[in-house]
Design a protein. Structure first.
Length: 309
């Protein structure tokens, strides 16, 4: 492993660590404010933190292009796609995050982390609706994930906890969010897209906070630590680290490192909040994580092997 790959791997692990601990911040934040207020402030902070990153990227892009210049029509079209993509992504992110924030009030940090990570498995399955092929290994991952979810969420009375249900819905909507990003990102500025989606999510959540909750500066200031962590570190810093860390990295390796977010959420919940899972729930976490790793294994090129024979 060369020095650059090692550096990028460390950056991606830091990203996963920040996101894993963010589940603790989201859980603690609910002691001070409601889900709409928390997400509203969080995403507005995240978008603001990305502004300097966006400005720096624009400056570098302008220097790299040299003599190459886009026509005004091309610039307008790129801006239109980025704006539309940011709005669509922001609406999906807002919905997923609110479901997660509501669910995390009624479940443990570890369970929320592992259930949310199911989006890695749900995304290829949803791809069926867009006529995309699903590898056999993904179906094996689905089987392991279902078994893990049973051990993790189903109680002795065969009921599902309210929090687990909301977080599972969040995983589905996060999958939709990823598909929307997949559609817009090839034609849009990635950092600008993310910045816009944070502001769109923040504005929607803020409006919801004033309509459905009773936000106050006193409550927000009382919960400043989890709110700042979720807004500045989880949204702004972690996203920037991800952009830098994924550059030149094998996508499979990058995904595997980032999936450690779920494991870190378990450790963070245990160390910081004293949340201990039962042996049955731990087995469920192991199966879900195994499923996540399984679906990210690279596809074997059977055709090339048969030719070599």
């Amino acid at each position: 492993m060369n020095t650059n790959t090692m550096k990028n791997s460390v950056l991606l692990f830091l990203t996963a660590a920040i996101w894993g601990v963010a589940f603790v911040a989201q859980s603690v934040g609910m002691d001070y404010v409601g889900p709409f207020t928390f997400n509203g402030v969080r995403f507005l902070l995240g978008g603001t933190v990305l502004l300097p990153v966006l400005a720096g990227k624009r400056k570098r892009d302008k220097a790299d292009r040299g003599q190459e210049r886009k026509t005004k029509e091309e610039q307008r079209e790129a801006g239109r796609v980025t704006l539309l993509g940011g709005i669509c992504c922001g609406m999906a992110l807002c919905s997923a995050s609110l479901l997660q924030q509501i669910g995390i009030q009624h479940t443990t940090v570890a369970k929320a982390g592992f259930i949310t990570a199911l989006y890695i498995i749900i995304v290829p399955v949803l791809g069926l609706f867009f006529h995309k092929k699903v590898r056999r290994i993904v179906w094996a991952g689905v089987f392991l994930a279902v078994l893990g979810m049973y051990l993790l969420c189903i109680r002795e009375s065969f009921t599902v906890g309210r929090g687990d249900f909301f977080v599972f819905l969040c995983a589905i909507v996060f999958s939709v969010h990823i598909l929307v990003i997949d559609y817009f990102s090839p034609r849009a500025d990635g950092v600008a897209l993310s910045c816009i989606q944070f502001y769109v999510s923040g504005v929607i959540c803020t409006i919801g906070a004033f309509l459905l909750e009773t936000p106050s500066w006193q409550a927000i200031l009382s919960g400043w630590m989890p709110i700042l962590y979720a807004g500045i570190l989880s949204c702004g810093v972690a996203y920037t680290l991800q952009i830098i860390g994924q550059k030149g990295m094998d996508p499979t390796v990058a995904s595997l490192i980032l999936s450690l977010e779920s494991v870190i959420s378990l450790i963070a919940g245990w160390v910081l909040l004293g949340q201990i899972l039962q042996p049955r729930e731990i087995c469920g976490c192991v199966l879900v994580f195994a499923a996540i790793v399984l679906v990210q294994l690279p596809q074997r090129n059977i055709k090339s092997k048969s030719v070599s024979k």
